[in-house]
Design a protein around this ligand. Structure first.
Ligand code: IDP
Length: 163
C-alpha cells in the first residue's frame, strides 16, 4: 500500500505551484496537465499577492535587474497557488512548466505549460519550486503549518509522512 511504499523509499514529494496572473483563466487546462503528469492537487487557493508577499516569495532574485518587473507582474492580478503531491513532484512539475522563457519553451518544449500559456521571459504563466528546500519554504508562505496530524504539518520535509 501507499504507506508501505513510502517507508520503502518511494519519493512522494510536495511542491508549490503558482499559476501567475496571465494564466489564471487557464486554470482548468492547467489542472488537467497536472493530473496527466501523475501529480495530484492537495491544496489550492486563489489570492492576490501584496508587494511585500511577492518580494518575500522572490527574495533570491532581489538583486536581479528584472526583480521590479517580476514583482509588478505577479501582483498585477490574482494568482492560484497549489500544493502538488506525487513521485518526484518538484522535478515533474518543473518539466510540465517548461523553460523559464516562454519563447524558448515554444521552440524547445511546445507542449509545456509556458509554451501554451506564457507570453515572454517574465510573463511565463507559472511557477514551480526548484528544490525540496524551496518547496518547504514556499509552501509554508502560502499554507502555514498547523498543529495536528496532516500533510501541512510536515512542511520541513516537503513530502508527506502520514499518507
Ligand atoms: P523559474 O521560474 O523558471 O524557476 P527563475 O530564474 O527562478 O525561473 O526566475 C523567476 C521568475 O523571474 C521567472 O519565472 C520569470 O517570471 C522571471 N525571470 C527570470 N529570468 C528573467 C529574465 O531574464 N528577464 C525577465 N524576467 C525573468
Amino acid at each position: 500500500d501507499q504507506y508501505t511504499a513510502n517507508k520503502l523509499g518511494s519519493k512522494k514529494e510536495r511542491t508549490l505551484a503558482m499559476i501567475k496572473p496571465d494564466a489564471v483563466t487557464k486554470v482548468g487546462d492547467i489542472i488537467q496537465m497536472i493530473y496527466d503528469a501523475g501529480l495530484i492537487v492537495t491544496k489550492a487557493k486563489m489570492t492576490k499577492l501584496s508587494w511585500k508577499q511577492a518580494g518575500d516569495f522572490y527574495m533570491e532574485h532581489q538583486s536581479k535587474s528584472f526583480f521590479n518587473n517580476l514583482v509588478q507582474f505577479v501582483t498585477s492580478g490574482p494568482v492560484v497557488v497549489m500544493e502538488l503531491m506525487g513521485d518526484e513532484a518538484v522535478s515533474v512539475w518543473r518539466k510540465v512548466l517548461g523553460p523559464t522563457d516562454s519563447g524558448a519553451a515554444r521552440k524547445d518544449a511546445p507542449a509545456s505549460l509556458r509554451a501554451r500559456f506564457g507570453t515572454d521571459g517574465t510573463k511565463n504563466a507559472g511557477h514551480g519550486s526548484d528544490s525540496l528546500a524551496s518547496a518547504a519554504r514556499e509552501l509554508e508562505l502560502f499554507f502555514p503549518s498547523t498543529t495536528g496530524h496532516s500533510p501541512s504539518n510536515t512542511a520541513q520535509y516537503s513530502y508527506c509522512t502520514c499518507c
